[in-house]
Design a protein around this ligand. Structure first.
Ligand SMILES: Nc1ncnc2c1ncn2[C@@H]1O[C@H](COP(=O)(O)OP(=O)(O)OP(=O)(O)O)[C@@H](O)[C@H]1O
Ligand SMILES: [Mg+2]
Length: 217
């Protein structure tokens, strides 16, 4: 049941330093990761200090189920691992949301924030345009959102962006951005993954690990 070939066994048992595994579809990569987690726990690593990140929700669920099955089915563990302390197995985005939720107060949010999708964001931009009496024909909401997303993607906060505006267009974007943020804040909404999540993540990181601010930009 728990068979591992030689290469898998080596990857499972190498717990010091990074390990890179390159293998084809169905070759047994997930098997290595799940057994490596079990191995770490057997060696005394606290289960709650282990995280495993993958790309899709489907892959995360599969990996989580397999980790749980291994933990449940293993008699060599000296005690059962409760649900609360199980390794954190998720997508990168779920990890971001989790960390932000745990530190919501740093961002002026409660733990129960919602995440805006693109249409929520567009609606908030339209509201900002209306409040500034700007014509959506001159300031297309999609383009405005694009400009804000790009700035955020470069790691700029609204204030940093406002500081370095160099045209009427950018100056207007800065004003829209200001109201846009307050519309979202009023609704206790965090912008979607591509924009505010990474920014929020950075703010959280800057507060938790001040030395490490660039890592997740
Ligand atoms: N050494 C092994 N001996 C027997 N069966 C194995 C071994 N390694 C993996 N398997 C089995 O092969 C199948 C594929 O393994 P696994 O899901 O770990 O591969 P993967 O590389 O993660 O696949 P994918 O590319 O689909 O993510 C599973 O059913 C797994 O239990
Ligand atoms: Mg896999």
């Amino acid at each position: 049941m728990t068979a591992l070939n030689d290469a898998q066994q080596r990857a499972v048992e190498t717990t010091e330093g990074p390990v890179l595994i390159i293998a084809g579809a169905g070759a047994g990569k997930t098997r290595v990761i799940t057994h490596r987690i079990l191995h770490l726990i057997k060696q005394g690593t606290a289960p709650s200090s282990i995280i495993a990140i993958t790309f899709t929700n489907k892959a995360a669920k599969e990996m989580r189920d397999r980790v749980h099955a291994l933990l449940d089915g293993n008699k060599d563990l000296n005690r059962p691992v409760s649900m609360r302390e199980r390794p954190f197995v998720s997508t990168f985005h779920s990890l971001g949301v989790h960390i932000i939720r745990e530190n919501a107060a740093l961002l002026g949010l409660t733990r129960h924030f919602t995440i805006a999708d693109r249409s929520d964001s567009r609606r908030a931009i339209k509201e900002a345009l209306e409040r500034l009496s700007l014509d959506p024909k001159s300031f297309d909401p999609g383009k405005v959102l694009g400009a804000i997303s790009r700035a955020k993607g470069e790691g700029l906060t609204r204030l940093a962006y406002t500081d370095r505006v160099s045209s009427y267009f950018e100056e207007t974007i800065a004003s829209i951005w200001d109201i846009y943020d307050s519309v979202l804040a009023k609704e206790k909404t965090l912008e979607s993954m591509s924009t505010r999540i990474p920014t929020g993540f950075n703010i959280v990181l800057q507060n938790i690990w001040p030395m490490n601010t660039k890592t997740f930009a």
